[in-house]
Design a protein around this ligand. Structure first.
Ligand code: ZN
Length: 464
């Protein structure tokens, strides 16, 4: 009996051990390391604005490997020209175009994919300027991932390496770690929204509150590079202090001449994608003007790192908060950083409140509907931003008065940010819950009334 027990135990252990071996052996088959991807970009024809993009796919690729084109906000997609794929020994692999993208019949082998892309010339006034932010210049270029790279439909191991070879010299600026002209993008999903600046940009770098700030400045300006760096630094420092930490440890700010020309040109334009802020200014801007609109763009776009990116709106019905609270706090940041004074702050605030009061849609369009309405309608855009500003302002003041000044709306946003490490999308319900948690009061009815009309008669009377 004892012996039988021992034997059965040994058999059991042996079977268990075998199953371990089987499991261990099975791991490389089912859980094989994902293939690795490395891109390179080089100039093909400067006159025609053509670049050649080449991607190496290494590791376990499967019998077929699929790429797709990332759709841009304006609905466009990149159009690769002359796409080809081949094995390390030069053997060509077939590529099938499908409705989803391109299928490479690589038979499980490593392969290289290569194609050309025409970079659109953007020196003209057109709405597409906002959709095509990459620019290939004789002296310097800025590239956005989605304008260059097709995206793998498969998981890719670790980071994606991107080598840039477009201009003389060996420097690039990127929101990710760089080594020479190589950028290491930590995840393939980050690549479409990643910018890189290369060529004749002047690169300035510094650490602010543990965050690496990289400035790429192109062209001549009435202000000094150091002056721009110091001003941006003071904004970044102020905003990181508001939250205690930054969702990203590296940021790229590209400052360049506004590409938009023509009779109805606008003088400045700023936009923010992931870790990059683009600041396009009128080349003729006066030095003193740097502290106005351009810095409000930086303060606004940088604030979106938290309110907009770490705290993504669940849908367009929460855009009033994403934009409104961002406008509201960006002016306060400029005030606190000493970039604008009290008079300038008051002037900016009354301009926004005044425009909101005059808005023809106010009171008839609910703020939660403004974000998914026709945003080519200027009044609707103004309602969203100005109404959102006024609502954020009112919520901030209500929280402050209920807590004797010990809490404000920023404490609520910080709470939302800290309690949302996974980047879950949020909406008005989350805002209401965070206010309740922060101050023990339910402001949901107050907020609902603000969304119906951010400037009801009573508020307009009080604030005038
Ligand atoms: Zn915004």
């Amino acid at each position: 009996m004892e012996l039988y027990k021992s034997i059965s135990r040994i058999v059991a252990i042996a079977l268990f051990a075998m199953s371990l071996v089987v499991v261990t052996m099975a791991v490389p088959r089912s859980g094989a390391p994902d293939p690795a991807l490395a891109w390179s970009v080089r100039l093909k024809d400067a006159g025609l604005n053509v670049v050649t993009v080449e991607g190496k796919v290494l590791g376990r690729t499967g019998r077929k490997f699929t790429f797709f084109a990332v759709e841009t906000e304006s609905g466009g997609r990149i159009e690769p020209i002359g796409m080809e794929a081949f094995a390390p020994d030069g053997r060509p692999f077939g590529i099938t175009a499908t409705p989803e993208g391109w299928e490479v019949a690589c038979g499980g082998d490593d392969f290289t994919i290569r194609y050309d892309v025409v970079m659109t010339i953007e020196d003209r006034y057109s709405p597409e300027v906002r959709g095509m932010l990459s620019h290939l210049g004789a002296d310097r270029s800025r590239l956005m991932g989605k304008d260059l790279f097709v995206q793998p439909a498969h998981l890719v191991a670790g980071g994606v390496l991107v080598d840039i070879d477009l201009h003389e010299g060996d420097r690039i600026g990127s929101p990710w770690e760089t080594v020479g002209t190589r950028m290491i993008v930590p995840s393939v999903t980050e690549l479409p929204m990643t910018f890189v600046a290369t060529g004749g940009y002047r690169f300035l770098e510094m650490s602010v509150s543990g965050v690496r700030l990289v400035l790429a400045i192109g062209g001549k300006w009435s202000f000094g590079d150091d002056e721009l760096l110091e001003t941006v630094r003071s904004i970044v420092s102020e905003e990181i202090a508001m939250f205690g930490s930054s969702p990203r440890d590296r940021h790229l700010v590209i400052c360049d001449h506004n590409p938009v020309r023509g009779g109805r040109r606008f003088d400045y334009y700023g936009v923010h994608f992931g870790g990059t802020i683009l600041l396009f200014l009128d080349p003729a801007i006066d030095r003193s003007e740097l502290y106005g609109a351009p810095m409000s763009i930086i303060a606004h776009e940088f604030f979106h790192n938290w309110n907009g990116e770490a705290l993504r709106p669940a849908d367009d019905s929460f855009m009033w908060f994403t934009e409104g609270a961002t406008v509201y706090f960006s002016y306060r940041v400029l005030l606190r950083a000493g970039i604008i004074n009290d008079l300038q702050y008051d002037a900016a605030e009354s301009a926004i409140i005044g425009r909101c009061r005059e808005n023809a849609l106010r009171g008839s369009v609910h703020l939660s509907m403004a974000g998914n309405s026709d945003l080519s309608n200027r009044e609707m855009v103004n309602l969203l931003y100005d109404g959102g500003f006024v609502a954020a302002h009112a919520i901030d003041e209500r929280i402050s008065s209920l807590t004797g000044g010990s809490s404000g709306l920023i404490d609520v946003i910080r709470r939302l940010y800290r309690e949302n490490p996974d980047g879950r999308e949020i909406g008005t319900g989350d805002l209401n819950a965070a206010i309740l948690a922060e101050i023990g009061a339910d402001l949901s009815i107050f907020i609902e009334e603000l969304l119906a009309d951010p400037l009801p008669v009573s508020f307009a009377d009080v604030s005038s």
